[in-house]
Design a binder for this molecule. Sequence first.
Ligand SMILES: [Zn+2]
Ligand SMILES: [Zn+2]
Ligand SMILES: [Zn+2]
Length: 143
Amino acid sequence: MAHTHNSEQHFEHLLKKHNLKRTEPRLRVLSMLSQKNVATSQPDLESVIGNVDRVTLYRILSAFEEKGIIHKVFDLNGTANYALCSSDCDEHDHRDEHLHFNCTNCNNVYCLDDHDFPQITLPPGFKLESFNFTATGLCPKCS
Ligand SMILES: [Zn+2]
Ligand SMILES: [Zn+2]
Ligand SMILES: [Zn+2]
């Protein structure tokens, strides 16, 4: 959940839990992502985070994604946006099966974790590993 814990202590605990060394850039990325209620692209993070080069930021995001700390959502332009995962996610085991909403006006991507999502049923023989469902339309700010 993005909005419940916002303290540095919580982020340090999160890094420790996933065997990641505590570094300032890592803490800053977590803090940035937790402050936003929309998913954030790497260029957007870059512009607000300061003092972290592109490669470092890319590595941080990849490591966080692999560890189940953040998940990636593609917006209408095909740009990857990142959002914090719920605590149900774990290393190589993302459980972000929630609805994403991409506003066609401001292009913000929202994680709608609290909304029920229909169960996906597949024909016999298919094994579900992940799925993506992104609704588009106007967000409350734009409608
Ligand atoms: Zn996840
Ligand atoms: Zn909007
Ligand atoms: Zn999400």
